[in-house]
Design a protein around this ligand. Sequence first.
Ligand code: NI
Length: 187
Amino acid sequence: MITMDDIIREGHPTLRAVAKEVTFPISDEERQLGNEMMEFLENSQDPEKAEELDLRGGVGLAAPQVNVSKRMTAVLVPSDDPDSDEPVFKDVLYNPKILSHSVKDACLGEGEGCLSVDRDVPGYVVRHDKITLRYFDADGNKHKVRLREYPAIVVQHEIDHLNGVMFYDHINEDNPFALNDGVLVIE
Ligand code: NI
C-alpha cells in the first residue's frame, strides 16, 4: 500500500525527469502500481482512512512521485455534489496526452498544492481551461475525453509531473497573483 512515506518530495531528481512511455500490454507490476496509486487517492479522500494512515488528501498521483519514471498517473476528482458518490473523473491514465486545448486559460483561485511539496506556494497557476485528453487504460483501451475547469487543471498538473514540471514553475515570481485578461479564476 502506498503511504506518504513512499512519496518523494521536491528536490528529488526523479521529479525533474521526463518519464518514459509505457508499452502495451503493461506488466503486472505496472498494473499493480496503477491500482495502488488509485487506492492511495481513495484512502486519502476517506476521512477515517486518511487519519489512520496519516495521508494528505489528493486528487492526483503520478508515478514519478513514487519514484517510478513512467508515464502513468491516477486521477480521482470526487463529485462536487454532496449527495452523489459518482466521481467527476476517475481513472488510471497510461501515456496521457493533451491533443488540443482551449485558447481560454484558467487557474484555481486558491492556487495549487502537491503531495510532493510540503509547503504552501502562493500564486496563480495558469493552465488551459479546457483540454481534449487521450490516454490508455490498464487494458490498453484508448480513451478520448473532453475536460473543463477543475478536472482539466488536475490532469494538467499530473501530466506536468510526467515531464518533470512542478506547479510552481508556472507561478510568476515577481507577481504571483498577476493575471492576464480573460483568465477564468475557478473558486
Ligand atoms: Ni503534484
